[in-house]
Structures are given as C-alpha cells and as structure tokens.
Design a protein around this ligand. Structure first.
Ligand SMILES: Nc1ncnc2c1ncn2[C@@H]1O[C@H](COP(=O)(O)OP(=O)(O)O)[C@@H](O)[C@H]1O
Ligand SMILES: [Mg+2]
Length: 477
C-alpha cells in the first residue's frame, strides 16, 4: 500500500464553480430556465448599454478634438499679426471661446510675461517643426482642459486649449442614463425569464402531473391533453406528451388484455374444476358405488385432469408473450416444419401427414424463435388431426416465392363453418361442433399471437373440396 500523502490542494475558484454548478443542478428545472433566460436577456441588455456608452463617449471626445482643431485653424490665420505669448480668450469660463498662445522654438525669444498655458520641451519641438501636432490634457484653473499644440510656418507653435469638463459632464450623464436603461433591462429580463420558463414548462408540468397521478392511482386511463392538430409539426414537449400518451395506450391495452386473460381463464377453469370436484366427491363415497360407476368416474376424472392440464399449459404459453423478446435467430423454416410433422405423426398414428416442400424453400430462413414456431405449427397440426376423421390425410406444404415463405396446413374434415371463421382465433372460442372434443380454445389464439410476434400472417379459410385450410405467410426480407 502506498502511504497517503498530503492531497494536492485544489484551486478555490474551481471549487466554488463546482459548488455553484451542484447548487444549480439541485434547483427545479423552472428555476434553472428562469435563471438562464434572464441571464441571457440581461447580458444582452447590459452589453448593449455598455456598447452605447462607449460609442457616445468616443463621439463626445472626438467632437471636442474637432472643435479644438477648428479653433486652431482660425487662430493660425490671426497669428501672423500677433506677438509671442499673447493669450487669447479666457479659458476659465465655461462658455468662453478657446484660448490660445504662441511659443517660439527658441526659448531665448520668449516674451517677458510668463506663459499661461504650460510650455514643455515638446512644444519647442513642434515650433521647430521636429514634431507633429499633438493633443494633451491640462489643468485650466482647476478644471480639466484639452490642448492642441500645432506648428506654424514661421518657427512658432500655436497652442489652443478649451475646457473639457463640459464633455465630462455629458459622458457622466450618458453613463447614468444608460445605467438606468440597463437596470430596467435587467429587471425586464428577470420578468421575461420567469414568463418564458412558466409558459415553456407548462406542458412539462402537465406531463409530470399526469405521470404522478398514474403512479399514485395505478390507473393507466389518464391522458395528457394535447392541443388539436397532428403532433408531427408540434414542438418537442407536445411530441413528448403525444408519445407519452401513446405509451399509456399501450400500457392500458396490455393491462386490459392481461386482466381479460385472467378473467377468461378463471372462468374457463371453473367448469372442469367443478366437474373434477363432483367426480372426486363421488369417488370418496367409493363403498356405495358399483364397479362400473367407479370406473366411469375414474375415467371422467382422468379426462378432466388432462383437460385442465392442457388449458393451464396453453395459458402459460399465451402469457409468455408478455415476456421480453428472447433473442431472435435465423431459423430454417423447412426444418421446423419437418420436425413438427414427424412429431405429429408420432402423436396421431392414425392420421397420414403428407409434407411437400418446395426446393426453393428448403434453405429459406426467417428471423424467429424456433421453440415458438414449433408451438405454432403443432397447434395447427393438432387441430387438423383432431377435427378430421381418422385415416384422412393432412397435407402440409412449404412454398417459397420472391417476397414470401408460405406454410399451409389442410385437412379433409368438416372444415370451419362460415359463422365461426371470424372467431376461431379468439381466446377460448370453440365452435359448437368442436365442444365434444378435448381442447381449451386457446390453441389458435396462441398460434396467431406467435405469428404476429414474427411479423407473419396466419389465416383460416375453406379448402376447395372441403376441409379447413390454414395459411401462414412470412414476408421475406
Ligand atoms: N382443422 C380444423 N377443422 C375444423 N375446425 C377447426 C380446425 N381448427 C380449428 N377449428 C375450430 O377452431 C376452434 C379453435 O381452435 P383452437 O383454438 O385450436 O381450440 P381447440 O383446438 O382447443 O378447440 C376449434 O374449437 C374449432 O372449432
Ligand atoms: Mg387446438
């Protein structure tokens, strides 16, 4: 084990940001959206105000320099006749025109009286023509001023100054005004963000409320109200709500189907169980029965037990549909059919099963679950053998075409009456004529369920020449 050394210290800023992010993630979505929308709008408002302030300030300062250079041009025209160092104007007063003074390049030629505007080495250089004109800041009797120093042709420099505090006041006023506008903008952004999150999240709120209601009442009949129109063109939340409703439809259907299956099954089990109980009670009083009576009761008991077992097995198979999809594999249909036909031959020795397989169909495969396909096939073969007279053949064919694979099972029995045809695939449905034979009425329901799960179509019809004909059609990919 390595000894635990001192942990490297993290930067405080990163920690703070992380804590902040965690805090934000714990807030409700509405708060986060409000904050995000407000922050975005506020940032724009503040940004626009700052930009406006910078532009205005630049313009005001530029105006001042323009004014200075115009004044300088005027003063330069008069300067020919003026002696050195004369100060024009009075810069102390706000409304006064610019004040000006003339400075020679050579300090020896300076006038007696002192200069009123500051003269530096740079001023001399401008007078000597060694330096370009320049602007500078200065103090004018306690006020901020701005000065332009420019050369004249005769070896002198002209200095022109004005008070700049008028501009400063303008800049300050602009700052206050734009600050106020920005503040109102931020307030407005807050309101706007709140409104955006409220209206934007209203459908999500409805979605949540519905989901919570379903969770608490366990009743899948609730739906989210959708705006009229097709959900395809709607916004994401509406589409989410639509698919949520779709899921609820599915859930409700599955719950109803399961409930109905349980109800039907208990109903169907009641009759054979009652008969079983009667026979058991009869046998319990065995001493008072004749041998023939006892044997009859015994046989009845046997048959009813078999029936109940069959019913329960079929029910289990039917309920299996609700399980998650087992992994599909490529199933060679010809092999499944051959296998189930040979199993049926063992089961029904009196019935000749004839199987004919198209050479094309020999190797054709479908995506499916082999055990379930076998269940489907044996259900059809059992019916054919059960409902047709002994020694009548049952014909099974497997044919292939470009677009499909088809299995048919045909018998030479009485066939299915036209009024029964629409119902034979229903659970527990048995034609009146079939009720003497053992069965649960679940075989075809299960067969169709398996076919549906494999995207195949299972149909029943009258065979030309009598008997029943079942077709199972797999589309080919
Ligand atoms: N080959 C067939 N010939 C005549 N009737 C059939 C045939 N196959 C199915 N049926 C009818 O369809 C009904 C439903 O069949 P099925 O679901 O397999 O139930 P079961 O075989 O338990 O009666 C049967 O009761 C019968 O009336
Ligand atoms: Mg059956």
């Amino acid at each position: 084990m390595t000894p635990a050394g001192p942990r490297p210290s993290r930067s405080g800023g990163g920690d703070g940001r992380r804590r902040h992010a965690r805090w934000l993630r714990r807030r409700p979505l509405r708060t986060r959206l409000t904050l995000a929308a407000s922050a975005a709008v506020a940032a724009v408002a503040v940004g626009v105000c700052v930009a406006a302030f910078l532009v205005i300030r630049h313009q005001l300062l530029h105006q001042l320099d323009l004014h200075l250079s115009q004044s300088a041009r005027l003063a330069a025209q008069q300067a020919q006749h003026e002696p050195l160092g004369v100060l024009q104007g009075e810069c102390r007063y706000l409304a006064a025109p610019a004040c000006a003074q003339l400075v020679p390049a050579d300090a020896a030629r300076d006038p007696e009286s002192p200069y009123r505007l500051p003269v530096t080495e740079a001023t001399r250089q401008v007078a000597a023509g060694q330096r370009a004109a320049y602007y500078s800041e200065l103090d004018l009797a306690g006020h901020r001023g701005r000065m332009l120093t420019r050369p004249l042709d005769d070896g002198r420099a002209l200095q022109v100054a004005v008070r700049a505090d008028t501009v400063d006041r303008g800049v300050r006023q602009a700052a206050w005004l734009l600050g106020a506008v920005g503040g109102v903008g931020v307030l407005l952004a807050g309101g706007l963000g709140w409104w955006v999150s409220r209206t934007g999240l209203a459908p999500v709120g409805r979605l949540t409320a519905t989901a919570e209601r379903i969770a608490s009442t366990r009743d899948a009949r609730h739906r989210i109200e959708l705006p009229p129109g097709s959900p395809d063109g709607a916004d994401e939340v509406t589409r989410l709500a639509a698919s949520f409703n779709l899921m609820l439809d599915e859930l409700e259907r599955s719950v109803t189907a399961r409930r109905r299956l349980v109800a039907d099954a208990s109903h169907e089990l009641r009759t054979p169980l009652t008969a079983l109980r009667t026979n058991v009670e009869l046998l319990a009083r065995g001493d008072r029965l004749t041998d023939a009576q006892r044997q009859r009761a015994q046989a009845g008991l046997d048959r009813q037990l078999r029936e109940v077992t069959l019913l329960v097995n079929d029910l289990i198979e039917l309920a299996r549909d609700e399980e998650p999809d087992p992994l599909l594999e490529e199933v060679r249909l010809a092999a499944v059919v051959a296998h189930t036909v040979s199993a049926a031959r063992g089961h029904w020795p009196d019935v000749p099963f004839r199987l004919s397989t198209d050479p094309d169909a020999e190797t054709a495969t479908v995506a499916g679950v082999p055990q379930r396909l076998s269940r489907l096939m044996s259900s059809l073969l059992d019916n054919a053998a059960k409902y047709s007279p002994p020694r009548e053949p049952v014909e099974v064919t497997l044919t292939a075409s470009q677009s499909s694979l088809e299995v048919t099972v045909r018998d030479h029995g009485p066939g299915i009456a036209a009024e029964d045809l629409p119902y034979v695939f229903d659970r527990f449905y048995r034609a009146r004529s079939a009720r003497a034979l053992p069965g649960s009425g679940l075989g075809l329901a299960m067969a169709r369920q398996i076919a549906d799960a494999h995207d195949a179509k299972l149909t029943a019809e009258h065979a030309p020449g009598g008997g029943a004909l079942f077709r199972l059609l797999f589309p080919r990919t």
